[in-house]
Write a protein that binds this ligand. Structure first.
Ligand SMILES: [Fe+2]
Length: 386
């Protein structure tokens, strides 16, 4: 290890079955009396927020709920929730839901105390002010958004823009596995693979990886890989749900510092053009990128194989590790009931060129990849995944 590094993270993490009941005390500790809770209609419909809202009110707090966050949240979600928070005089923000709700919560917390226009916040370290107190409570185990300082917003039909700033790290996060018990199997599978991709790509990132991001990435991989099949097969297994929730958060910590790379770069066009869920897009591309990258990071992949549950490491070498990991994740996706080929996703073969071209727009991710990815490489990877 040479050179210097900085490891950023959320300063306080609460974990426990039923720990969402700590929220009132957390708000009081942060001196928040009227929090804006940012969530989506699905959370309200399944009654996941009701008892938490009741607990806050019983503790004398006055929560205000914005429940219209959409998947791949558009800018209108920010403007609406900000207007509500201002109108109600909110003094803190709670993200309660998946990555979309938590991303919106991050930006609303910053916009509540700043006159800086949203357009000027896009990019890396562009936020000029601070934010209100911010608490994040994930109800899925995948995005790791609770542990990152990134918010991704849909700015046009399918174009997305990110805000990256240390300001967006929450004050506190609450991990309560009971909140994830109702996640459908397909969502558990896809978001769990996404979390593992975060850990793998952070561990092999050529930029900003360090001993701390490595440590959390490997621990994340171990917990996620050992529990994903149980969590998918038996959604009520609280031990497996706990491990998935902690693992996804640790993977978030890893890629908040050592950013993700080609799997995500190739997955984004699938989401943008075909609206394939983010986790599934990553799962479709993962085996092919593992094979492609292995000549450039075989030593790191050998460590990945040791962390991943169920990989027989006895005969692994730098020459066969790429194939072995690719095979492992292909079979895992099949066992989890996920689609494994692009042709199963209603994508025409002649659309692969356009996907490859779009992936080249993801240079902010491709620069982290262990192996250089050019247009013809991206096209080959889509062809292999077809
Ligand atoms: Fe991801």
């Amino acid at each position: 290890m040479s050179g210097s590094f900085v490891f950023n993270s959320v300063s306080r993490t609460h974990f426990g079955i039923g720990s969402v009941a700590d929220l009132s005390a957390v708000c009081q500790g942060l001196n928040v009396k009227k929090p804006l809770i940012v969530t989506d209609a699905g959370i309200i419909a399944c009654g996941l927020l009701a008892s938490t809202q009741g607990n806050l009110e019983a503790a004398g707090l006055q929560p205000v709920v914005y429940d219209s966050v959409l998947p791949d949240p558009p800018e209108s979600n920010l403007h609406e929730s900000l207007a509500l928070a201002k109108e109600q005089g909110c003094d803190g923000v709670i993200g309660f839901g998946g990555g979309s709700s938590m991303d919106v919560a991050k930006l609303v917390a910053a916009m509540l105390v700043s006159s800086q226009p949203l357009q000027e916040m896009y990019g890396v370290e562009m936020i000029s002010g601070g934010r209100t107190p911010l608490v994040q409570i994930p109800t899925t185990a995948g995005t790791g958004s609770e542990a990152t300082a990134v918010a991704i917003i849909t700015t046009g039909e399918s174009s997305k823009a990110g805000v990256v700033s240390p300001v967006l790290f929450a004050d506190e996060i609450i991990l309560d596995p009971e909140l994830t018990l109702g996640l459908p199997a397909a969502v558990t599978a896809a978001t769990g693979i996404d979390a593992m991709v975060h850990a793998i790509e952070a561990f092999t990132s050529v930029r900003l990886k360090n001993p701390l991001s490595d440590m959390v990435a490997l621990q994340a991989l171990q917990m996620l890989s050992a529990n994903i099949e149980t969590a998918v097969q038996d959604g009520s297994n609280i031990e497996a749900r706990s491990a998935m929730l902690i693992g996804a958060m640790l993977a978030g910590q890893a890629f908040a510092n050592a950013p993700v790379a080609a799997v995500h770069a190739l997955a984004y066009p699938l989401g943008g053009t075909y609206h394939i869920p983010h986790g599934l897009s990553n799962s479709l591309m993962l085996p092919h990128v593992l094979r492609f990258n292995s000549s450039h990071c075989a030593d790191l992949y050998l460590h990945v194989a040791e962390a991943v549950d169920g990989v027989d490491t006895a005969y692994l070498t730098q020459a066969n590790i790429g194939d072995a990991l690719a095979e492992h994740f292909s079979k895992l996706a099949e066992r989890l009931g996920l689609q494994t080929r692009l042709r199963d996703m209603n994508i025409q073969r002649d659309a692969l060129v356009s996907l490859a071209e779009q992936s080249m727009d993801q240079q902010r991710l491709l620069i982290n990849n262990p192996r250089d990815v050019q247009l013809d490489d991206a096209l080959k990877l889509y062809q292999e995944a077809y």
